[in-house]
Design a protein around this ligand. Structure first.
Ligand code: PEP
Length: 240
């Protein structure tokens, strides 16, 4: 399976950062599938800049509703219309700060699938859940709802999973190799080995190659380091 590298800029970036990071990215070809998920406002600019390259542009969220009277929302159709190729759904920051439920995540995934956009579905446990031995059951509960969509034809070409332990995101403390390999095995056992499972949580140039060499790791979801052209380039190289 080709490795995937998905950058998540979160609510960071500017037209200047788009120029700096994406211009640097364009100078190289990578063996992996590489995408950058930028804030909604910058999607059009990023799509224009990466036109004709191997790189794809993604969103970090999508509305759970179709077009209509939902002020402030952005629909899956609109993402597709501006040339976006994928979207992240269920990121823990959205679950935590915007009270996004497992049901809402599935509704968002369904909207993406309807218009043919690829989805990166984030799952992950909190530190309290891990410390109390509930990490696996929390992940399985998040995955369980996917089966309805899988039964309706959502195959491995339509979405992947990003395993992102909440305690590893933006903390500089990546999960250990054993923790990552064990949870990726759980996810693949649950969904099937053909679904790509990415790891996310404090991935940097320094640990990317060893994480991607672990069994069951099909790529990485990169937050902070994806805003640094040099770091991100090295992570993409490590994926090759
Ligand atoms: C993320 O935003 O999904 C993420 C994994 O962040 P970081 O790489 O900064 O931990």
């Amino acid at each position: 399976m080709r490795k995937q590298v998905v950058g998540n800029w979160k609510m960071n970036g500017s037209t200047a950062v788009i120029d700096e990071v994406l211009d640097a990215l364009k100078t190289e070809r990578h063996a992996a599938d590489v995408s950058v998920s930028v804030p909604y406002l910058y999607l059009g600019g990023a799509v224009a800049k990466l036109a004709g390259t191997q790189y794809r542009v993604g969103a970090q969220n999508v509305s759970e509703f179709g077009d209509g009277a939902y002020t402030g929302e952005v629909s899956a159709r609109m993402l597709k219309d501006v040339g976006c190729s994928l979207a992240i759904v269920g990121h823990s920051e959205r679950r935590r700060y915007f009270a996004e439920s497992d049901e809402a995540v599935i509704a968002k995934l369904a909207r993406l699938l309807e218009v043919g956009l690829y989805a990166v579905v984030c799952v992950g446990e909190t530190l309290a859940e891990r410390d109390s031995g509930r990490a696996e059951s929390r992940i399985e509960a998040q995955l369980a709802r996917l089966h309805t969509l899988m039964a309706r034809g959502a195959g491995p070409d339509r979405f992947c999973i990003a395993y992102e332990p909440v305690w590893a995101i933006g903390t500089g403390r990546a999960a250990s190799g054993d923790q990552i390999a064990a949870m990726h095995e759980v996810i693949k056992r649950h969904l099937g080995a053909s679904y790509a499972v990415l790891y996310g949580g404090s991935v940097k140039a320094a640990n990317a190659a060893s994480i991607m060499a672990l069994p069951g790791v099909d790529g990485v979801l990169v937050g902070g380091a994806s805003l640094d052209a040099r770091e991100f380039g090295e992570i993409c190289r490590a994926a090759g």
